[in-house]
Design a protein around this ligand. Structure first.
Ligand code: SF4
Ligand code: SF4
Length: 356
């Protein structure tokens, strides 16, 4: 039997909900490396509620500080509008301050992993995610034009640095296949605990919609399928209509059947909650978004000869060995190998690696 916590909260008092989450789902964090991953879609104002709110992140960081881990790390790889500048997204949203000095740039240390060959034979994943003993995911309660909702499973898409996200979108081709992809990415490192910012949620055509919805809750669970099933139900959706949830259940990752979930709190279906089209047409069928994504996938890293000092850091950090030094001591990319993670751009100390 899964359990999902639904706890009343404001941003001023959300520490109470966080305390309750750790009471219901206790974890021994002593001498462990803990990574906290908020949803940082892009640089924006916290009041736009596109990202996990800084107040919730701060409450989680402060809670974990009291549990004696050996290390705390906070990071995310922002989405297609903010590639190559992770810090900017954290600073503009106020999340950098909420990190209390534990911020890590997840774009700098990718590790190469085998993936579902139907889509990409390999992907680069942030090393900090793979090395953490405990991963805590902080999703935002939001709609999503391609997957209908974004919650626990979709938040893990940010473990991929750079334009791999756009590339996988493109390779998947249809919303249905993209539902499969997000579960495959989630499986690369299943987080241990999920705490959802549902104080102010988002409806309509998320994940960056102006339609905000006051919900006044924090949700938590140690199982993503059960948690996303509850979020879907609150949005007025039958969870079994969401292909990514059906796939996750088929893989044995959990169950969204209400009979298999004990609610710790009170589950209320949100009245007249505005959903994007169930087939994912809001993004998949939008030619402007498709064109934008294609443009992101086509860019290639290119070193600026006036700034590059030939230090080789980008070559050393490329997870797929796609970079090599040419005769002019300038790194050049082999686009047949490049997985467009843009880690070379993040790591370059001279800001010499441009996306062209
Ligand atoms: S990391 Fe930057 S400065 Fe160093 S070789 Fe690469 S592009 Fe040049
Ligand atoms: S060349 Fe740069 S963008 Fe391409 S895979 Fe290597 S590090 Fe990633």
């Amino acid at each position: 039997m899964h359990r999902v916590m639904i706890h009343p909260a404001t941003y001023a008092n959300c520490r109470n909900a966080v305390d309750q989450a750790f009471t219901l789902f206790p974890m021994d964090m002593r001498n462990k490396k803990v990574l906290i991953k908020p949803n940082v879609l892009r640089a924006s104002n916290a009041d736009e509620h596109i990202v996990t709110h800084p107040a919730l992140l701060k409450a989680v960081v402060e809670k974990i500080e009291g549990l004696s881990p050996s290390q705390i790390m906070v990071g995310d790889n922002p989405g297609i509008f903010s590639y190559g500048d992770n810090e900017k997204s954290f600073i503009e949203t106020g999340l950098m301050q909420a990190c209390k000095g534990y911020y890590r740039n997840l774009g700098n240390h990718p590790r190469h992993l085998a993936f579902n060959p139907e889509y990409m034979a390999e992907v680069a994943v942030s090393e900090e995610i793979l090395d953490a003993d405990i991963v805590i995911s902080l999703p935002k309660f939001k709609t999503h034009g391609l997957t209908v909702m974004t919650g626990a499973i979709k938040n893990s898409y940010g473990i991929l640095p750079g334009a791999q996200k756009a590339r996988l979108h493109q390779i998947a081709g249809t919303p249905e296949r993209f539902h499969e992809v997000i579960v495959d990415v989630f499986c690369l490192r299943v987080p241990d605990l999920f705490i959802v910012d549902a104080v102010m949620g988002m409806e309509g055509n998320g994940p960056a919609s102006p339609d905000l919805r006051e919900i006044g809750l924090v949700l938590a669970a140690d199982n993503a399928v059960a948690l996303d099933g509850v979020i879907a139900t609150m949005m007025g959706l039958d969870p079994s209509r969401l292909k990514f949830l059906r796939k996750a259940k088929d893989l044995g990752l959990g169950d969204y059947d209400p009979a298999m979930i004990r609610i710790e709190g009170e589950l209320t279906v949100l009245e007249n909650f505005k959903l994007p089209p169930l087939g994912g047409e809001a993004i998949a069928g939008n030619p402007i978004i498709q064109e934008f994504m294609d443009s992101k996938v086509k860019v290639r890293p290119m070193a600026d000869k006036d700034l590059c000092t030939s230090c080789g850091a980008c070559i050393d950090h490329c997870p797929v060995s796609a970079l090599s030094m040419n005769d002019d001591d300038l790194p050049v990319v082999d686009m047949d190998l490049c997985v467009t993670c843009f880690c070379c751009q993040e790591i370059c100390p001279e800001k010499a690696m441009r996306l062209a």
